[in-house]
Design a protein around this ligand. Structure first.
Ligand code: GUN
Length: 292
């Protein structure tokens, strides 16, 4: 069997077009432009690249973007003051504080400050708490896990009743992905660095979400035949044939896994583009909540 490749770039493009059409319709109705404010603290090159691509996406979809940058030695008070200012700014629909922040910053305190109606990342404790509770709905679902579920559903993968294995328990991906899958009636196992017999557990998965940040760790013989595999990993490996001297690979050994799985996302071009598309969707939703 060779798996069907889930084209995240194409599916993300469709989401972006739907968002752009709604943004245009709001403008025609005289409503304020949905506007995303990003907050970058410090100079991590990966974080700087992520916030730049989020700002670029806003412009491409006709939305506004404001990018705030504080130095790596910014104080807790300065970061909190900035979030308070963005909370109070009626022009700002959504606030995204890029993670990780420098280690001296209390991340939870900063995320807790974000107005619930502007929490387009869905990382405030209240949004995550609602995601975790039966019969409650968060205002916003975290973008990367939301993108993973959207890819599964768009591809026709049945989540209800499936054995889902989530590799990784991060606040940004693994844990919210597990909560979303439970909410959709999958039976979920969350694996991490202390899990015993990882290959054996992964072999039970009808749906695998790999978000552990280990280059090509999941091998083909870990995959249950016919499983759907969503690879969240973005790992750089040396490649002398590339101008940059490197290329990106996932947490799954794609070439091996695609011979066993029924569906698989590539890296790049799988989950990556979905994260930004879902952020754009959440920013539009924020504007709709604030100005229906
Ligand atoms: N760092 C890595 N992924 C994300 C994300 O989706 N949102 C934020 N704020 N920071 C991140």
């Amino acid at each position: 069997m060779t798996a069907q490749i889930i084209d995240g770039k194409m599916i993300a493009q469709q989401v972006r077009e739907e968002v752009a059409a709604k943004v245009t319709a709001r403008a025609a109705a005289g409503k304020q432009k949905p506007t995303l404010a990003t907050v970058l603290v410090g100079d991590r090159p990966d974080s700087a690249a992520y916030v730049a691509s989020k700002g670029k996406a806003c412009q491409e979809l006709g939305m506004g973007s404001i990018s705030e940058h504080l130095p790596a030695d910014a104080t807790q008070e300065q970061v909190e003051e900035l979030v308070r200012r963005l909370n109070a700014d009626p022009q700002v629909s959504g606030i995204l504080v890029q993670l990780p922040m420098p280690s001296h910053i209390d991340e939870e305190a900063v995320l807790s400050l974000i107005n619930l109606e502007k929490d387009v990342d869905g990382f405030s404790p209240l949004n995550i708490g609602r995601l975790a509770q039966k019969g409650r709905e968060p205002l916003f679902v975290p973008c990367t896990p939301y993108g993973c579920i959207y890819l599964l559903e768009t591809s026709g993968v049945k989540i209800e009743g499936a054995n889902a294995v989530v590799l990784g328990r991060s606040n940004i991906v693994g844990m919210p992905a597990a909560l979303l899958l439970i909410g959709k009636n999958a039976t979920v196992t969350v694996c991490h660095s202390r899990t015993k017999d990882l290959p054996g557990v992964v072999r039970q998965a009808d749906i695998l979400i790999a978000a552990i940040g280990k280059t090509q760790m999941v091998r083909g013989d870990w995959i249950k035949p016919g499983a759907a595999v969503i690879d969240v990993g973005i790992n750089a490996v040396p490649d002398a044939t590339k101008k940059s001297g490197q290329r990106l690979v996932g947490d799954v050994h794609f070439e091996e896994a695609k011979e066993v799985a029924s569906f698989i996302t590539p890296v790049p071009g799988g989950v990556g583009p979905m994260t930004i598309a879902m952020l754009m969707n959440n920013t539009l939703r924020a504007a709709e909540i604030q100005d229906p």
